[in-house]
Design a protein around this ligand. Structure first.
Ligand SMILES: Nc1ncnc2c1ncn2[C@@H]1O[C@H](COP(=O)(O)OP(=O)(O)OP(=O)(O)O)[C@@H](O)[C@H]1O
Ligand SMILES: [Mg+2]
Length: 157
């Protein structure tokens, strides 16, 4: 039988929790065979998502796990040979019970991920979520206004 895939789940309550979460994520990324650069990109994405859960939702929870599977074809309209071999990757799930993300805002960070979202005084730079989209292989944001936010981001080796 193959050994279980490594994972961890941690509460996130303070901005500085992002450092420990990113470090633990890198440990799993190394196990999954991500390159040094990809490990660092994953660390930045984890730090941004943890920071968001703390700053915009008052805290939440992060789950990071190694996964094994066949990455989806990024461009199904191109009939190129697709690698069907299972690969290892890292899945990051950050959940909170905060105010939710405005769906328009969530889509904006995906569609023009290098353009900062509009800012109000006292807010952050508005580039964190866009960076997460660029640094990860896939990002899905599930948000219920006034109830919760869940961001699921995957990076394949
Ligand atoms: N977990 C969350 N709950 C509620 N709103 C969120 C959450 N994450 C992000 N948002 C909203 O989406 C916006 C964009 O997030 P993003 O991380 O890109 O920018 P930011 O956190 O404001 O600034 P920074 O550039 O420092 O990350 C935030 O300003 C906030 O309004
Ligand atoms: Mg942010």
């Amino acid at each position: 039988m193959s050994s279980p895939l490594p994972s961890f789940t941690l509460p996130v309550r303070r901005e500085e929790d992002r450092f420990a979460c990113a470090a633990e994520g890198v440990r799993i990324a190394r196990w999954a065979g991500l390159s040094d650069r990809a490990q660092q990109e994953l660390a930045i994405a984890i730090a941004e998502l943890v920071s968001n859960a703390v700053r915009h939702a008052g805290g939440g929870e992060i789950e990071v796990r190694a996964i094994r599977g066949v990455p989806p074809n990024p461009n199904p309209s191109i009939a190129s040979p697709v690698d069907k071999n299972p690969r290892l990757g890292v899945e990051v799930i950050v959940r909170d019970s905060g105010p939710g993300i405005d769906p328009k805002l969530a889509t904006a960070t995906e569609e023009s991920s290098s353009t900062p979202v509009p800012r109000l005084p006292g807010q952050g730079l508005g580039i964190g979520l866009g960076a997460v989209h660029r640094l990860m292989s896939s990002v899905v944001i599930r948000s219920a206004p006034g109830i919760s936010t869940e961001v699921v981001a995957i990076k394949w080796a």
